[in-house]
Ligand binder design. Structure first.
Ligand SMILES: [Ca+2]
Ligand SMILES: [Ca+2]
Ligand SMILES: [Ca+2]
Length: 418
């Protein structure tokens, strides 16, 4: 009897003890997992940020030919064509260290005098990452600077402050103006509008019949590389691509006029927010004999110095923070692409850095990613010839031709989507 009671007692007690023990184990397990989960989360967030910072540091800081591989090159069509052009990337032999400079283009989304402090701070942090680790980024082409106040606030947030930078900006009646910032070692020979006029009140006015947001044109020199830089923002027109295309053809009409001067610099770079993808721009360029690829008897593309190559084919404009449309580009003449352009260097910024800075500041910075492209400034170009300026010091002030025109330039070809 005692034995039976003892077994019952022990069984009951062991079940009870087992239950208590299991409950304790469960409580410790849940508590530990909450802590572990939080640690995993914080480690993940930390490393994601480091990865993003590293990605941009690699992308923008290397003053060598070993540039960020994530910077994609041509769109497939253009790539196939361009790769066949003799003297291009396939034959390019990288040297150990080369002088290059980076050009950055960025639509900063109506940056004006009334910008919120948190958003301004986020811009400052992003610009620090883009520039302070890199002495090679020397020219910043901006779209959607609203006015002079916007220019001044943006300049204050540039790495090293506004003292290290020269602005090239003139306010117009348009709310989304284009402008440049250049570091002091960049020689700016001239800076002007493409289509605009001074009103009777002495203020610049846009020419919306041609281009809504006045295009900025400049001739610059970095090292031995001189070039004409065109900074544009084609109209969005509620997504009407034909309206953007009409404006693009106005730019090409201006360039046609530019190239009628035999002394014009053959190195032309067009950058900015086109509101058109690279395939559409490539197709539009093929309608202009002086800008398209020609083909030899074997059907191989042959570049003339003014053949235009369209770069950056990944999404650059953001929808709710997610890169969506391929709107921002570098378009350059073959004289630049085959000589000074660093093969494979053009592309969009890794979106992770922008996202992490936005999360940190709890603010939305811009609906566009910055894009970037590298250029050799000395030594031998891709074509094995020494890089030399096309303009002498004496001529440089005359390098920007033709001057800004308003409603009197020659008509563009009838534009339509291919
Ligand atoms: Ca304005
Ligand atoms: Ca040149
Ligand atoms: Ca050249």
């Amino acid at each position: 009897m005692f034995y039976t009671i003892m077994i019952w007692y022990l069984d009951t007690k062991s079940v009870y003890l087992a239950f208590c023990f299991s409950a304790l184990v469960l409580i410790f397990y849940v508590a530990a997992n909450i802590r572990i989960f939080k640690e995993i989360q914080s480690v993940y967030l930390k490393y994601r940020k480091i990865a993003a910072v590293l990605a941009i540091a690699v992308g923008l800081s290397q003053a060598t030919v070993n540039l960020n591989e994530s910077f994609s090159a041509l769109n497939n069509k253009t790539k196939a064509d361009a790769a066949s052009i003799k003297g291009t990337a396939a034959q390019f032999k990288p040297l150990t260290r080369r002088n290059i400079f980076r050009l950055i283009s960025w639509n900063v989304q109506t940056f004006g005098g009334n910008i919120a402090p948190a958003r301004e701070r986020a811009y400052g942090q992003l610009l620090d990452h883009m520039f302070s680790r890199s002495r090679s980024s020397k020219v910043l082409a901006l779209q959607e600077i609203a006015n002079d106040e916007g220019r001044d606030i943006f300049a204050e947030n540039l790495p090293g402050g506004s003292d290290r930078w020269n602005p090239s900006f003139q306010n117009t009646n348009d709310a989304q103006d284009n402008g440049f910032f250049t570091q002091h070692q960049v020689q700016v020979d001239c800076e002007q509008f493409m289509y605009a006029k001074i009103g009777e009140d002495g203020r610049w006015r846009s020419d919306p019949d041609r281009i809504r947001h006045p295009v900025r044109v400049s001739h610059m020199k970095v090292g031995n590389f001189d070039f004409t830089l065109i900074n544009l923002h084609l109209t969005f027109a509620k997504g009407d691509a034909n309206a953007s295309l009409r404006e693009f053809n106005q730019v090409l009409a201006w360039l046609t006029n530019y190239f009628t001067d035999p002394n014009s610099d053959p190195d032309v770079i067009i950058t900015g927010d086109f509101n058109l993808n690279s395939a559409t721009l490539h197709a539009a360029l093929q309608q202009w004999p002086q800008f398209r690829y020609n083909f030899d008897e074997n059907g191989q593309p042959v570049a003339t110095p003014t053949t235009m190559v369209t770069l950056v084919s990944e999404p650059t404009s953001r929808s709710r923070g997610v890169p969506k449309n391929n709107y921002d580009h570098f378009i350059m003449t073959a004289d630049t692409y085959l000589e000074e352009y660093v093969p494979g260097s053009a592309g969009a910024m890794n979106p992770g850095l922008l996202q992490s800075i936005e999360e940190e500041n709890e603010v939305y910075v811009s609906d566009h990613l910055p894009i970037s492209s590298g250029f050799f400034t000395s030594g031998k170009g891709n074509d094995d010839r020494l890089i030399q300026p096309d303009y002498s010091q004496m001529q440089a002030s005359a390098a920007c031709t033709p001057k800004a025109v308003f409603a009197s330039a020659s008509a563009a070809p009838n534009p339509s989507l291919p």
